[in-house]
Design a protein around this ligand. Sequence first.
Ligand code: ZN
Length: 59
Amino acid sequence: MAKGKSQYCTWFCSDCNKANYLSCYLKRRNDEIVKELKKYCPQCRKHVIHKRKDTKKSS
Ligand SMILES: [Zn+2]
């Protein structure tokens, strides 16, 4: 069992709604949670706002 709880999140393109990025981070109280990020979407072939959605680790 791994120590510490890491939260997983997926970034969805706000344009085509495709899940383009996966990331995980350690959940801390003081951390500011970013909900939107501008990232490159290969489907739209441009930089688009991506929206974050938390996902639980499935195991
Ligand atoms: Zn897109």
